[in-house]
Design a protein around this ligand. Structure first.
Ligand SMILES: Nc1ncnc2c1ncn2[C@@H]1O[C@H](COP(=O)(O)OP(=O)(O)OP(=O)(O)O)[C@@H](O)[C@H]1O
Length: 302
């Protein structure tokens, strides 16, 4: 018996060795895979990502993401914590270069364009930008200073048209009565609305909102969802990309969805096709029931 075991072991070693040799020969014969070539950017796309991968510390935060957003589309990006939503938005807003892949924003290709000229055409509201707003800045200046892409008013001159636009945007989000207040004295809900007004100040061609309803109470969330629904339904409004964890925060008027899990796209496309109980369950890694009523969604575990 001992001999049989030994010969089996020896056989196994011999087999592994042969496999290794065959593998090495195959390797030598197979040329390295050609680097992926990307299609020319779609001229009609506001955002056009092809094969976008972002790698940090050996981990792929985004994996081969292909995504196109057109002018008249309003997207929601959904996914659990750590799925890569903020990373995706940072790439799409020209704040982050991918490790691999091709990124075209508003017809300009990252790497071939001065991002400082591109960024004012993109309205962005995110937690990391919000953290940098000085607490002692007046609300009207928080919005106005977006015209120069600065945070904190210094010696810049603003004309009457800028001041009027700033007031109109504050009114659109129901915070014009706070114009003279210091930003640091606002509630979280009031701050969120001021941040969106600021993001719209430069009349951007695409508006990107990263978790605009995070930290809001029920009333604050519902008020914001209603205002975002008005914006999303306005044909004159810019293309919209809204990031959230919660289907309850999807405003009526959103037309498309991208679902992200572990940096990879689970589903992307028109809302009714991309957002289903099945895709949502796969995205969040648990069995979910998805309900829809009057254009609003809700989800719960099965
Ligand atoms: N510089 C970095 N180095 C290593 N890992 C990073 C780095 N930046 C982000 N990550 C990781 O990448 C993953 C994706 O982060 P990202 O902020 O894009 O996710 P998210 O979907 O926006 O998450 P959340 O919903 O919690 O805000 C997370 O696991 C995060 O810890």
């Amino acid at each position: 018996m001992a001999g049989a075991g030994a010969s089996a072991k020896a056989g196994a070693v011999a087999e592994t060795g042969a496999e290794a040799k065959a593998g090495a020969a195959a390797k030598a014969a197979t040329p390295a895979p050609a680097p992926r070539t990307y299609p020319e950017p779609d001229e009609d796309a506001v955002i056009d990502l092809a094969g976008v991968t972002v790698t940090r510390s050996g981990n792929d935060l985004l994996q081969e993401v292909d995504w196109q957003v057109r002018e008249d589309e309003r997207w929601v990006v959904l996914g659990p914590n750590g799925a890569g939503k903020t990373t995706l938005l940072s790439v799409a807003a020209a704040r982050l270069h991918p490790t691999r892949g091709r990124v075209a924003i508003l017809g300009e290709q990252l790497g071939k364009v001065d991002v400082f000229e591109l960024r004012p055409r993109i309205g962005l509201s995110s937690a990391s930008l919000a953290e940098r707003i000085p607490a002692d800045e007046t609300v009207s200046d928080v919005v106005l200073t977006a015209a120069y892409a600065v945070l904190g008013r210094f010696t810049e001159e603003y004309d009457a048209v800028d001041a009027s636009r700033g007031r109109t945007l504050l009114a659109q989000f129901g915070v014009d009565h706070l114009a003279a207040r210091l930003y640091g004295t606002l509630s979280e809900g009031e701050r969120k609305r001021v941040q969106i007004a600021r993001a719209l100040m430069t009349d951007p061609e695409v508006l990107m909102l990263d978790e605009p309803a995070a930290g809001l109470d029920l009333g604050g969330r519902e008020d914001l969802v209603r205002r975002l629904s008005t914006l999303a339904s306005d044909p004159a409004a810019p293309a919209l990309v809204l990031v959230t964890h919660h289907v309850e925060e999807i405003p009526p008027g959103i037309t498309h969805a991208l679902l992200l899990r572990e940096g990879a796209v689970v589903a992307a496309g028109p809302l009714a096709e991309a957002l289903t109980a099945e895709t949502l369950s796969k995205t969040f890694g648990l069995d979910l029931r998805l309900d829809q009523q009057d254009g609003r969604y809700s989800a719960r575990a099965c």
